[in-house]
Design a protein around this ligand. Structure first.
Ligand SMILES: Cc1cc2nc3c(=O)[nH]c(=O)nc-3n(C[C@H](O)[C@H](O)[C@H](O)COP(=O)(O)OP(=O)(O)OC[C@H]3O[C@@H](n4cnc5c(N)ncnc54)[C@H](O)[C@@H]3O)c2cc1C
Length: 457
């Protein structure tokens, strides 16, 4: 039956790239959650148009074969990992930027466009697309939409959802649906765009998106503040927020991460500090100066031992790139498993103390960094590659860390999504009534459970 499907697909879409040999499909089984155990896909398809996607969905449905949408595979919750016997649909050949509309400040794209490529393309028109996950040179807009991804500019500009005006989605029935267009205000009926953003490929295939843009902001001013404890850095975050400052970037690194990043990038960071904050303003001119001065005051009050400004734009770029590469730097110390929790910003010092306490209890090496300005932290567990006990240790620690985040009014995932990794904690956070509404939506849109089965719910 399944091989019948591949023959039908080859006949219906003779020009479409399709991989079916295990040696070829192996690379498409995993995302960045290396520790997961994915299934083996029947094949991997590379559609080039919405029409191709419709054809794949209809043929797969008629053969009862499930579908796993996939962008660049940088996901950190297992959303794109292969399902045994399913077709993986890789959107990496749907990379057209269909329209940049400078009058309406919108851009319309296919889902395979890389986030950083989109940023560069709109910058040529002096426009700006704010969401920028640290993985922005690799991840796709389709993945960003499906995960409702965050990034380093969320404190000021919000997450992916805040920039979506409309989507084109291929539903499980094969119907092509549009949820909106270029209207800034549009409240006709239910907010269907909102349902698909963050749905992790379980409700439909996103084949096009119209996104909001801004005029390009001013060049950034950047400062680094070093602290004697991670809690002091957490207090500075709370202080900056309480002072009414909205920096574009407010990122944290602990001592372990500072050393790892400095080993790789040789930036001369203060390695004696227990934590570092990176604060940036793109407000321009005097407003930017005022934001950084108020941030410096908050850092001093929280006990910062030193505060330095980036000497110029290039130094600021190096610092930002080093922060984006924090996960890679930690990987040099062993297998680095990046986690993701969030708390209201005022609770950051308590969350940091909980991470420290829980990792010490489980004798785990943990590097902590993240988007502290959003209350979003990435405790990253570092273990030896062949340590037979590592999996059990991490599982015990992360269960306690998630429960600590929830006790502080937080979330078990700020931006990486539920996927497979966080399914177990979804009901604990959202409660049974909310999860049953999610199940009802899934049932209504995908009654045969063919779209990314086993993910989220
Ligand atoms: C080093 C590193 C840093 C990261 N930093 C950040 C960060 O700062 N902020 C952040 O939020 N995340 C971050 N991530 C996580 C990841 O990059 C994001 O979740 C990203 O949006 C995934 O995009 P992708 O193209 O790789 O999607 P994939 O991993 O391929 O897929 C992610 C999900 O989207 C679904 N999907 C993909 N395309 C479509 C489509 N067209 N239609 C429907 N569903 C689709 C998949 O089924 C899956 O559920 C980071 C990851 C790494 C490795």
């Amino acid at each position: 039956m399944s091989h019948d499907l591949l023959a039908h697909l080859s006949r219906a879409l003779p020009d479409m790239r399709m991989l079916s040999e295990p040696a070829e499909t192996e690379a498409y089984r995993f995302d960045e959650t290396e520790y997961m155990r994915p299934g083996r896909p029947l094949a991997v398809c590379f559609p080039r148009s919405t029409g191709d996607v419709v054809e794949i969905v209809l043929l797969a449905a008629s053969h009862g074969v499930a579908l796993v949408p996939r962008g660049a595979g940088t996901g950190l919750s297992g959303g794109a990992i292969a399902v045994e016997g399913a077709l993986t649909i890789a959107f990496t050949q749907m990379t057209s930027i269909l329209e940049i509309d400078s009058t309406n400040l919108t851009v319309t794209v296919q889902p395979g466009v890389i986030n950083a490529d989109l940023g560069r393309a709109v910058a040529e028109h002096e426009l700006f697309y704010p969401p920028d996950p640290a993985s922005f040179e690799l991840c796709t807009i389709g993945g960003n939409l499906a995960e409702n991804s965050g990034g380093l500019r969320c404190v000021k500009y919000g997450v992916t959802r805040d920039w979506v005006l409309g989507l084109e989605v291929v539903l499980a029935s094969g119907a092509v649906m549009r949820t909106g267009g270029k209207n800034i205000k549009d409240v006709a009926g239910y907010d269907l765009t909102g349902i698909f953003v963050g749905s992790e490929g379980t409700l439909g295939m996103i084949t096009e998106a119209t996104l909001r843009l801004l005029p390009q902001p001013a060049a950034k001013l950047t400062l680094l503040a070093f602290f004697p404890s991670v809690q002091a850095a957490g207090q500075a975050v709370a202080g900056i927020t309480a002072a009414g400052v909205v920096p574009v970037t407010l990122e944290l690194m602990d001592a372990f991460t500072i050393a790892a990043v400095d080993d790789v990038h040789r930036l001369g960071l203060d390695r004696s500090a227990a934590a570092m904050l990176m604060v940036e303003s793109d407000a321009g001119g005097a407003a930017a100066e005022a934001e950084l001065e108020a941030s410096e005051d908050a850092c001093r009050q929280a006990g910062a031992t030193s505060i330095v400004r980036a000497a110029d734009v290039q130094e600021a770029d190096w610092l930002r790139q080093a922060r984006r590469a924090a996960h890679g730097a930690l990987e040099r110390a062993g297998v680095a498993r990046m986690d993701d929790v969030g708390v209201p910003r005022s609770r950051i010092p308590e969350m940091l103390a909980e991470i420290e306490r829980i990792s010490a209890k489980h004798a785990l090496r943990v590097g902590v960094f993240g988007h502290a300005g959003d209350g979003n932290l990435h405790p990253t567990y570092i273990v030896e590659r062949d340590d037979p006990d590592a999996e059990r240790q991490i599982d015990a620690a992360r269960d306690e860390i998630y429960r600590a985040a929830l006790a502080l009014g937080g979330t078990v995932t700020g931006e990486h999504g539920t996927g497979v990794a966080k399914r177990r904690w979804l009901e604990l956070q959202r409660g049974a009534p909310a999860v049953s509404v999610m199940r009802a939506i899934k049932q209504a849109l995908d009654p045969d459970n063919l779209l990314n089965p086993g993910k989220v719910l």
